[in-house]
Design a protein around this ligand. Structure first.
Ligand code: UD1
Ligand code: CA
Length: 421
C-alpha cells in the first residue's frame, strides 16, 4: 500500500465533547484516538499522508507524526469537505489513490482498511465507501441507493427526509478516492445544513452525476463505525476497545476471570498462564511474566516489569517497579520506584515513602527478603539479601543493616521546626 496516501481529518471543534482539548487526543486505554488511526494506517503499509488540524497548539504539540506524514492546517472550520480542500492545496499534485478517514473513528480495523483499498483497486472505482448497518443510525450520514442497489448519494442526518431517516445503512466516514478526481470536485461543494458546512459526503452525489464509479464495502461489525462525538460515545468505545484487548490476551493464553471488571491498556505484555482476577487495572508500559496471579483489586501502574510466578493480591498499588520471579505481594500495599529481587515476601500494608516533596527516590529490596506487615520504606534505601523487617518498622538510609539481619522499630524524633504553629 506504499502508493496510497492517507488523510486524517482532525481539525473539528469537538463541541459535543465539552472538552478543553481536541477530541482526537482523548485516550482509550493509554492511546489517543488519533494514534489508533495512525497505527492502523501504518499497519496496512501506508507510508505518506497528512493530518488536518486547526492549529499547532494541542494536537501538533502532543502527537509526533510518523515519517512521511505532515500536519496541514484548516484555520476556519467550515466542514469536512473544506478540511479535505486544505489538503488538496498542498498535496493536489498527487495522482494516486487516497484513503480519507476521520480522527474520531478509532475502532476501524486494519483488516477493514485493507479490504476497502483492495476493493477500490480491483473495481477501479473513483470512490469506494465503507458502510455498515446500525439499529439506531441517528446522527450518521445515510447511504441512499437506487432500485439496483447503486449508491446515489449520502444524506446527512440533519438534512434527511423522514424516509431517508429510516435507512439503516450509514456512512462510516472512511473513503478510498482517486485523489485527482476528488480534489477537483471539492471546488464545486456549496455550504449546506444548519451549520452551513461544506460536506465531504456531497462529493459522492457529484461524482455519481458525472457517471463516476462509486463502490462500497459493508462491515458487519458495527462497532468499527462508531464516531466519537460525545462522552457517551467515548465510554462505549472504551468498552469495545477493552474487549478487543482482553480477547487478544486470552487468545495468547492469559486467564481473565471477569472481563467486565478488568482493564488492561493497549501496550501491556502478559505471558502465558498468568491469571488476572476481577477489578484489576493494568496501565501502560507494563510487562508481566508467566504463571503470575494478579488481583483481585490490584492496580499496576506504568513502567513496571514483573517476573514469573509473582503473586500480587488485593488492594496492591504498584508503580515504576521491577519485581523478581517468585515474589509475593499478597495484600494491601503501595510500592513505588522499587527494585525487588526474587522470592521476596512483602507483608500486608507495606508502604514506600518514595517521594520527598521534590523528587522520587529509589528503593532496592534484595532476594529472599521478608518485609513485615506495615513496614514503611523511606527512599533512598537498599535492603540487602535475606533481610527481615518486623511489623511496623520504619526503614531509611540511616537504618544500619547487613545481609540476613532482622530489623525492627520506628524512630520518630524532632528533626527541625517549620516556624508555623
Ligand atoms: C461525519 C459524516 C457522516 C458520517 C459520520 C461518521 C460529513 C459531512 N458527515 O459526520 O456522514 O456518518 O461522520 O462518523 O462528513 N473535521 C475537520 N474540519 C471540520 C469539520 C470536521 O477536520 O471543519 C473533522 C473532525 O475533527 C472529525 C471529522 O472531521 O474528526 C468528522 O467531523 P464530525 O463533525 O464529527 O462529523 P459527523 O457529524 O460525525
Ligand atoms: Ca463524528
Amino acid at each position: 500500500m506504499k502508493d496510497v496516501l492517507a488523510i486524517i481529518l482532525a481539525a473539528g471543534k469537538s463541541t459535543r465533547m465539552h472538552s478543553s482539548f481536541s477530541k482526537v487526543l482523548h485516550k482509550i486505554y493509554g492511546k489517543s484516538m488519533l494514534e489508533y488511526i495512525l497505527d492502523d494506517i501504518r499497519s496496512v503499509g501506508i507510508r505518506k499522508g497528512a493530518v488536518i488540524i486547526n492549529n499547532y497548539n494541542g494536537i501538533g504539540q502532543k502527537i509526533s507524526l510518523p515519517k512521511g506524514f505532515r500536519f496541514v492546517f484548516q484555520k476556519r472550520l467550515l466542514g469536512t469537505g473544506h478540511a479535505l480542500k486544505q489538503a488538496s492545496k498542498v498535496l493536489g499534485s498527487f495522482k494516486g489513490d487516497m484513503l480519507v478517514l476521520y480522527g474520531d473513528t478509532p475502532l476501524v480495523t486494519q483488516e477493514t482498511l485493507s479490504n476497502l483499498i483492495e476493493k477500490h483497486k480491483i473495481s477501479n472505482a473513483t470512490c469506494t465507501l465503507l458502510t455498515t448497518t446500525m439499529k439506531n443510525p441517528s446522527g450518521y450520514g445515510r447511504i441512499v441507493r437506487d432500485g439496483k442497489n447503486n449508491i446515489l448519494k449520502i444524506v446527512e442526518d440533519a438534512d434527511a427526509s423522514l424516509y431517508e431517516k429510516t435507512i439503516k445503512e450509514i456512512n462510516v466516514g472512511v473513503y478510498c478516492f482517486k485523489a485527482r478526481e476528488v480534489f477537483k470536485t471539492l471546488t464545486y461543494l456549496r455550504p449546506k445544513g444548519p451549520k452551513r458546512e461544506y460536506y465531504l459526503t456531497d462529493v459522492v452525489e457529484f461524482l455519481k452525476k458525472r457517471k463516476a464509479t462509486i463502490d462500497s464495502i459493508c462491515t458487519e461489525d458495527g462497532s468499527e463505525a462508531i464516531g466519537v462525538n460525545s462522552r457517551l460515545d467515548l465510554a462505549r468505545v472504551h468498552t469495545l476497545a477493552k474487549n478487543r484487548i482482553l480477547t487478544r490476551l486470552m487468545k495468547e493464553g492469559v486467564g481473565i476471570i471477569d472481563p467486565s471488571t478488568t482493564h488492561i491498556y493497549n501496550d501491556v505484555k502478559i505471558s502465558r498462564d498468568t491469571v488476572i482476577y476481577p477489578f484489576t487495572v493494568i496501565e501502560s508500559n507494563v510487562k508481566i511474566g508467566k504463571r503470575c496471579r494478579i488481583g483481585p483489586f490490584a492496580r499496576i501502574r506504568p513502567d513496571t516489569i514483573i517476573g514469573d510466578e509473582v503473586e500480587i493480591g488485593n488492594y496492591a498499588e504498584i508503580t515504576r517497579c521491577k519485581i523478581g520471579s517468585g515474589t509475593a505481594i499478597k495484600h494491601r500495599c503501595y510500592l513505588g520506584d522499587v527494585e525487588i529481587g526474587r522470592d521476596v515476601n512483602i507483608g500486608a500494608g507495606t508502604t514506600t515513602a518514595n517521594y520527598n516533596g521534590r523528587k522520587n527516590g529509589k528503593i532496592k529490596i534484595g532476594d529472599k527478603a521478608l518485609i513485615g506487615s506495615g513496614t514503611i520504606l523511606i527512599s533512598p534505601v537498599s535492603i540487602g539479601k535475606g533481610i527481615k523487617t518486623g511489623a511496623g518498622s520504619v526503614i531509611s538510609k540511616n537504618t544500619k543493616m547487613s545481609a540476613n539481619s532482622v530489623l525492627s522499630g520506628t524512630l520518630a524524633k524532632i528533626i527541625k521546626k517549620t516556624g508555623r504553629s
